[in-house]
Ligand binder design. Structure first.
Ligand code: ADP
Ligand code: TZD
Length: 589
């Protein structure tokens, strides 16, 4: 911009004709506002009108990770938010780029991950009169119902406050996704530098503690004390809360068995003696008092009722009494009655409960603990037998035995996991030993998070990432292996390849030439995709080869894709949630 141009748009404070040195524009203020709030990484895809924002951000020392598709940049931002407990930022262009990022924003909101989607947008006057601008869309209106909050900044002096609002909305209370609409014109608006600096806001205490009420704590403790068969369920909210020691202390000092939800695995090591994972289907219907910590009674917990919980039919209550810790008061009574709601942040609530627990705390009955142990022993024995088999081609079990051993030897590695059978078997076979190391399809059971999560996990933590992917799941974000190679990330992708969605054996019911809708190209060579971008590719057909390749990947830290060939008849349709999959009872006539 020339001095004359700069001066012509700089008279907002009206004092004098400012020179370019005395001015700052929207581009730079957005960057400064983010940096001031300790946000130093942007995930995104460049283009009009945010190309210069990405370029300048990099120039100003931010890490700008450029993706091939906005959905994966969005997923990266979302999981960065989860891993850091501060908002991850995704940057997109207008209309289509915004829509591509929106799926990730909605998924972040559903999963309670703090994230900000910043999208450039077209000229307001033209959009609002629907006059057909380049990439015209009323993005703010579209984003609103799909995220926790949505804001637009029209004036350069509001950038600081706009970003502050976005940050606070994303991380305070129940975390979630926030949309921030920045029209193209905003970036080139200029303002006096000193004034611009003063307009920035450093958010103070963005996620304030929320202490539970004393009466609510006493109610919860009274109920917990009466339990004959108590159970604690840890959800990803508990992992997100980063009070690992407090949760461990509560569990160990009460002696109560616990179940981790998928992403809470490793909050306590999965081989902890009080883990009831291997006896899940026994403890849910048997427990009499259940303490939920950062876990919702949604479909993943069969809504807290029905046969899973010992109810006589799908909607019948099993008779459990519930204590629920959650920061969102509206979560209480969402599916069944919550007898002792504990509304507050998990750390404060757990600390509050701990104050009542001393040496006189009544430990769970030996009969309850022994029944759980017996069940665990029986199920673990069955699992050990399945894992000991060595079929050819490989089964999910024989391949995942290798992943289990690799994670055991590398407990700091982050495991990303998606698919159907590939997800369910990995969750039950592969133990986690440290908190926030397992990242998966979450509350929606969404495919396509794999490579976005992997990129962010590697960038944010610097640790080795192992992504265990069904071959269908991998396809949703597969092109991002170029991103993984471009940034030289230590990501090892293991594609459990059984030639299709769920399995590769389905047939076209019409007898026509097209393969069935769930079937892919047979024996696809996914490893060559990784080689195409300079990474290491392996084609493996035995557990020994898989182990060798994984060890090599971890040792070299190179981007690696291992195409692990699984029996195409292995796996069941919809994995472990076949009950949610309607199937036709009437045959085609
Ligand atoms: P999972 O899928 O593991 O069962 P959910 O995503 O269903 O877990 O539940 C997480 C819950 O944790 C949400 O209801 C959310 O409001 C809550 N939560 C997240 N962070 C906190 C926190 N710091 N304090 C209290 N509750 C939290
Ligand atoms: N689209 C999106 C965005 N999310 C989804 N969950 C699905 C489609 C449906 N779906 C599943 O629920 S799992 C799955 C799909 C397409 C893939 C299963 O096949 P896979 O894994 O190869 O990834 P397995 O191990 O062969 O079961």
């Amino acid at each position: 911009m020339s001095n004359a141009q700069a001066a012509s748009v700089s008279n907002i404070n009206g004092s004098h004709e400012a020179t370019e040195e005395e001015l700052i524009d929207g581009f730079h203020l957005v960057i400064k506002a983010l940096q001031l709030n300790d946000i130093h990484t942007i995930y995104g895809v460049p283009g009009i009108p945010i190309t210069d924002l990405a370029r300048l951000a990099q120039g100003q020392g931010m890490r700008v990770i450029s993706f091939r598709h906005e959905q994966h940049a969005g997923n990266a931002a979302a999981i960065a938010g989860y891993l850091n407990a501060k908002p991850g930022v995704c940057l997109t262009v207008s209309a289509p780029g915004f829509l591509n990022g929106l799926t990730a924003l909605a998924n972040a909101t559903t999963n309670c991950f703090p994230m900000i989607l910043i999208s450039g947008s077209s000229e307001r006057e033209v959009v609002d009169l629907q006059q057909g601008d380049y990439e015209e869309m009323d993005q703010l209106a579209i984003a609103k119902p799909l995220c926790k909050a949505a804001f637009r900044v029209l004036h350069v002096e509001d950038i600081g406050i706009g970003i502050a609002r976005a940050i606070r909305a994303a991380v305070s209370g129940r975390p979630g996704g926030v949309y921030l609409d920045l029209p193209g014109k905003l970036f080139v608006q200029t303002i006096d530098k000193a004034w611009g600096q003063r307009s920035l806001v450093k958010v103070v205490d963005p996620a304030p503690k929320q202490h539970p009420d004393q009466e609510a704590l006493e109610r919860a403790i009274e109920l917990l004390k009466t339990a004959q068969k108590p159970l604690i369920i840890l959800g990803k909210g508990a992992a997100y809360a980063r009070c690992d020691q407090a949760i461990k202390q509560l569990i160990e000092s009460t002696g109560i068995p616990y179940l981790p939800m998928s992403m809470a695995k490793g909050l306590l090591p999965d081989d902890h003696p009080q883990s009831a994972q291997a006896a899940r289907s026994y403890v849910l219907p048997q427990a009499d008092v259940v303490l939920l910590i950062g876990a919702r009674l949604n479909w993943l917990l069969a809504h807290g009722k029905g046969k899973t919980w010992g109810g006589s039919s799908a909607k019948q209550w099993g008779g459990q009494q519930f204590i629920q810790i959650d920061i969102a008061a509206t979560e209480m009574d969402s599916n069944v009655a919550i007898n002792a709601p504990l509304v507050g942040d998990i750390h404060s609530c757990v600390n509050g409960l701990q104050k009542f627990i001393d040496a006189s705390w009544p430990k769970p009955s030996l009969a309850w603990l022994k029944a759980i142990q017996d069940k665990k022993n029986k199920n673990s024995q069955k699992m050990a037998e399945a894992l000991a088999n060595n079929p050819s081609p490989m089964s999910f079990h024989s391949a995942l035995r290798v992943v289990r051993d690799v994670i055991q030897d590398n407990p700091e590695a982050i495991l990303v996991n998606e698919g159907a059978n590939a997800l369910d078997f990995t969750r039950s076979i592969v133990n986690m030993y440290q908190p926030r190391k397992r990242l998966d399809v979450g509350t929606w059971g969404v495919m396509g998070v794999g490579m976005g999560f992997s990129v962010a996990a590697a960038i944010e933590t610097g640790q080795q990432v192992i992504a265990v992917e069904g071959d269908s799941a991998f396809g949703f974000s597969g092109m991002e292996i170029e991103t993984i190679c471009r940034y030289h990330l230590p990501v090892c992708v293991v594609v459990l390849n059984n030639n299709g969605v769920y399995r590769g054996t389905d047939v076209n019911q019409s007898g026509g030439e097209d393969v069935a809708p769930t079937v892919f190209v047979k024996d696809a060579r996914y490893e060559k995709l990784m080689e195409a971008f300079g990474g290491a590719g392996y084609y493996v057909t035995t557990p020994e080869q898989l182990m060798q390749a994984m060890k090599q990947a971890i040792q070299s830290k190179r981007p690696t894709l291992i195409n692990a060939i699984i029996d195409e008849a292995a796996g069941t349709e919809s994995g472990r949630i076949a009950n949610l999959n309607p199937t036709a009872t009437l045959k085609n006539k």
